[in-house]
Design a protein around this ligand. Structure first.
Ligand SMILES: [Zn+2]
Length: 950
């Protein structure tokens, strides 16, 4: 795929969760009755400017600091006076903001019952504001004075300290600066946000959880990291400076290493901008402009003696870490706030990631937490495509999740250059967006601090090349599928919103949006105008496809969905040579895109295959509808993209690889016989269609939960295989999945995928040490987990003759309970627990803890040996389970075949490494079986299964 690694990973790897939104609202609601239930006291005062003249219209906010809740606001009147009444007795911060002035703040204002607390302010003029150039088309980017201060290259080092065994403790990590000098970079707005250490130091880190210690061990061979260093660059908004200043282990006045420290800081600035391409100054700005009581962030760039380039991060908003060799990409680890990453060539990866210690203590550490600053509610997009230049106005409606934030980060493709940002009244707003080839992250700066639960409307104008690519002959691709509009920041992913899209484009081309057309297309000023809308259904992401397509469509009376099919009329000649070369190279290296299941390519026309693809889609929609219930959409478009090696699904819109529509002969001719019959081409359609349920109707809360999206889409594909291609293909399908999980191969750095980690490690399974283990574990093992549940729920005596009735009931309950929301692994477990059958209830507590700890959170896979004998119509035998811990348990079914296919006889529970006899002994059968086997439908994931006849 032709997007940068950063886009690729950030597109899918960020987190979300709605429960935390509810939590923050709940805390607000819990506070408000207290305000009205008692009269309380009040805060009042006068706001003046430096000359003593009154300031009219200033906003005054009274904040309850520990909960971060606004208890009242007021605006100063014509006499510059304000009054906030009904404030419960307690201690508050009072914050004043007014255009052209620096924010005023008084902490620890005491309010007593029935009394007035005075809080007068004399505001300072925001000097730098006067230097801002206001042009007709809005403010210049990056002109916020505080930001300019953060961004500047310092000419000299700030205060220096000689340190002697200074210890900085940061959650599970500890930095000991044994001897040397520590220099702070000059303060901005009175706050130091960077420091450099030169000398002899050591960091130690012990992750709080056993599984995370195992992860660390993959990279370090030990469960605790101990790493010496000679240089350390710190970026922070926490209390590091005050801590050092107050420490007896730090003596002020160092100067010997000042030059070296300055040099190291500058090279760190270059690293961030040109290599990591992440705007670290913007992250600091979020906190410097914040009046909330959220703790600050802390990032340590460690030049380690042994491991090289390590980065330790604590971020209360959720960690976004460098990812890939040299940190060229990034991954959102939120809502986890603590992580250690390596940016090395060979050992790159996320070594460990977890929640802050306090969250484990309070038992609030879970992936449903939402740390977003805002919740985007709606996008009104008006876009024009001129050639490949996209010109867009997006009016974004969002709701503040918390109070006190002025900087709102968005994820917008940096090649799309923002020209203007305005608020609901049309006033121009400051914004940040650096060079498109460097750290071009986009953020808007509100003139005043956000108020929790308040709704804001921002209009963003932007344009640029690179979002849409032209491959010739009517073949186009939207390459920036999740960030061609300002989506919710880099902190977490998949913020569901409603979309209204007006799209203007040249005549003779077809546009396919998401949601549904909001009316017939029109002509306007020589262009086609299409209007699309998601209606009331929130979508996690919106995109479009575009090109010279031939269209077919049908409405399936059975499932009720309208299915549209768009194939390019012709294939540009460039793709042939270019794609073939690239693909064969990628397949050789085994390093193709993470969303690739395997691939080949071709040229030639693809429109001829439309019937087959429509049939496949119709069948898939019917089957998934029966198993999982109805979608929140009424239509789906299957469209071709000029890439041959991967498919991708957006709500109501599937991007199919053109190669999937070619017949086997054409594929084999162009790519060799091996790829002519590759199942990727047959299965990519049903897999992508299944993402309408897994990924869109139910999204994932964090990277820990993405396994359900890919795994359940694969399980869904297996249902399609079973129903349309038959049992044999179904068994082959699972056998292929099993091999991916248990076999070591060069793509996984010769590690057995299941031993590397749990499916809940998600994209972290990609690393310099573990190669592409992600593809070989998350897809197939994620699928196997659900397959094993299905097989345990399989009911051969179902009165309606539907052996899947219980499984379908469970899956539909899961979908219904979380309809059009994001889910965590724990949400899924709760759904499974609601449908426990006696066969699955191995602990006798109607809970599947045993199953989840082994298969979902664990890394064990057993082996089985079944020795049996048949004497006439009698079967006897014994099953041995091995290669597991003593607490491992599993239910293993026994099958016989009388000549009409596998029939399940029953199942046995096996604990630990042990052998069980079939009972009764012998088992009487109606006739002599042709075949006997355990787990004949690959019911249990196993390294090896031997069926031995005695
Ligand atoms: Zn997928």
């Amino acid at each position: 795929m032709h997007v940068t690694v950063k886009n690729k990973f950030t597109r899918r790897a960020r987190a979300n969760g709605l429960f935390a939104i509810l939590l923050s609202l709940a805390s607000l609601i819990a506070t408000l009755p207290a305000v009205t239930a008692q009269a309380g006291g009040e805060v009042a005062g006068t706001v003046t400017d430096p000359r003593g003249a009154v300031v009219v219209g200033a906003t005054v906010t009274v904040l309850e600091v520990t909960a971060g809740v606004t208890v009242g606001t007021a605006t100063t009147d014509a006499r510059g006076q304000y009054r906030v009444a009904n404030v419960p007795a307690g201690s508050y911060a009072v914050v004043v903001s007014a255009g052209g002035f620096r924010e005023g703040r008084l902490d620890a204002v005491r309010v007593e019952e029935g009394k007035r607390a005075a809080a007068d302010f004399k505001l300072e003029v925001a000097l730098a504001d006067t230097t801002v150039t206001v042009t007709a088309s809005g403010l210049k980017p990056n002109s916020d004075p505080v930001y300019a201060g953060l961004r500047a290259q310092p000419r000299e080092a700030g205060p220096g300290f000689t340190v002697n065994n200074l210890v900085l403790k940061r959650d599970a990590a500890s930095f000991t600066l044994k001897s040397g000098e520590l220099y702070f970079v000059q303060a901005v707005e009175g706050r130091h946000v960077a420091a450099v250490f030169v000398g002899d130091g050591e960091m130690t880190l012990t992750p709080p959880e056993p599984r995370e210690r195992e992860s660390l061990k993959l990279f370090t061979d030990a469960e605790t990291l101990t790493e010496g260093f000679t240089e350390l660059v710190l970026r922070f908004s926490d209390t590091t400076f005050d801590e050092v200043k107050a420490s007896p282990a730090a003596a002020p006045g160092a100067s010997a290493q000042a030059g070296r420290a300055l040099e190291l800081y500058r090279s760190n600035q270059t690293l961030a901008r040109k290599q990591l391409k992440r705007n670290l100054d913007l992250r600091a700005l979020v906190d410097l402009h914040s009046t909330s009581q959220r703790p600050g962030f802390f990032t340590a760039f460690v030049s380690g003696r042994r491991y090289g380039k390590l980065v330790f991060q604590i971020d209360p908003l959720g960690v976004v870490a460098g990812f890939g060799p040299n940190g060229s990409g990034s991954i959102g680890l939120g809502p986890e706030q603590v992580a250690l990453a390596s940016l090395g060539d060979d050992n790159w990866g996320i070594w460990t990631s977890f929640h802050m210690a306090g969250e484990y203590a309070r038992r609030t550490a879970n992936s449903n937490q939402n740390r977003r600053l805002t919740n985007i509610l709606n996008h009104d997009l008006d876009a024009t495509l001129r050639g490949t230049r996209l010109l867009v106005t997006d009016t974004v409606t969002l709701r503040a999740q918390s109070s006190g934030n002025r900087v709102i980060p968005f994820d917008l493709f940096p090649g799309l250059r923002v020209t203007r940002v305005q608020d609901a009244e049309g006033a121009d707003l400051n914004f940040i967006q650096e060079n498109k080839d460097e750290d071009g992250d986009f953020a808007v700066i509100l003139p005043q601090a956000s108020q929790a639960a308040k709704t804001y409307k921002l209009t963003v104008q932007y344009e640029g090349e690179g979002a849409v690519k032209d491959y010739g002959d009517g073949n186009f691709s939207l390459d920036t599928r999740s960030n061609w509009y300002p989506s919710n920041g880099d902190f977490q992913f998949g913020d569901r919103a409603t979309f209204n899209i007006t799209f203007r484009y040249p005549k003779g081309v077809t546009f396919i949006g998401v949601g549904s057309p909001a009316g017939p297309e029109t002509d306007e000023g020589g262009m086609r105008v299409a209007k699309w809308s998601s209606g009331q259904t929130e979508l996690a992401v919106a995109g479009f496809n575009y090109g010279k397509f031939k269209k077919k469509e049908l409405t399936d009376a059975d499932s009720g969905y309208k299915i549209e099919f768009y194939a390019n009329a012709s294939m540009p000649p460039e793709i042939k040579s270019y794609e073939l070369e690239r693909l064969s190279e990628e397949i050789r290296r085994g390093s193709s895109d993470i969303f690739t299941e395997d691939a080949a390519a071709s040229s030639a026309s693809t429109t001829g295959a439309a019937g087959g693809a429509i049939d496949d889609t119709r069948n898939a929609m019917r089957i998934y509808n029966v198993y999982f219930g109805k979608l929140p959409y009424t239509r789906i478009a299957i469209s071709q993209q000029p890439y041959g090696n991967f498919g991708q699904a957006w709500p109501t819109l599937v991007y199919m690889p053109y190669s999937a529509f070619l017949d086997q002969t054409t594929r084999a001719k162009l790519f060799g016989s091996k790829f002519g019959t590759n199942t990727f081409f047959d299965y990519v359609g049903p897999h992508e269609v299944a993402h309408q349920w897994w990924g869109h109707t139910l999204g994932w809360s964090s990277y820990r939960d993405q396994w359900m999206s890919e795994g359940f889409a694969e399980l869904s594909t297996s249902l399609w295989v079973e129903r349309t291609l038959g049992r044999d293909k179904f068994i082959k399908f699972w056998e292929a999945q099993r091999k991916e999980i248990v076999e070591a191969r060069p793509q996984t750095k010769n590690r057995r995928p299941y031993e590397v980690g749990a499916v809940t490690q998600g994209l972290r399974l990609l690393s310099g040490k573990t190669g592409a283990t992600y593809q070989f574990l998350v897809y197939p093992k994620g699928a196997y987990i659900l397959h094993m549940l299905r097989m345990m729920m399989w009911d051969t005596r179902n009165p309606k003759g539907n052996p899947d009735e219980r499984f379908q009931a469970m899956m539909q309950d899961f979908v219904r309970t979380h309809f059009n929301k994001d889910v965590s692994t724990e949400d899924f477990k709760r759904a499974v627990d609601r449908h426990v059958t006696p066969d699955m209830d191995l602990d006798g507590n109607r809970r599947l803890d045993w199953f989840f700890s082994q298969w979902v959170y664990g890394t064990q896979v057993p082996s089985y040996r079944f020795e049996y004998s048949v004497a006439g119509n009698a079967l006897s035998g014994r099953i041995t389970q091995s290669g597991v811990s003593d607490t491992f348990k599993m239910r293993v079914p026994v099958y016989v075949d009388f000549g009409k296919g596998w029939v399940r006889l029953g199942s046995a529970t096996i604990n630990g490494n042990s052998t069980v006899e079939l009972s009764p002994t012998p088992i009487p059968l109606p006739q002599t079986p042709k075949r006997v086997a355990i787990a004949a439908l690959n019911d249990v994931l196993a390294v090896q299964i031997e069926n031995v006849k005695r």
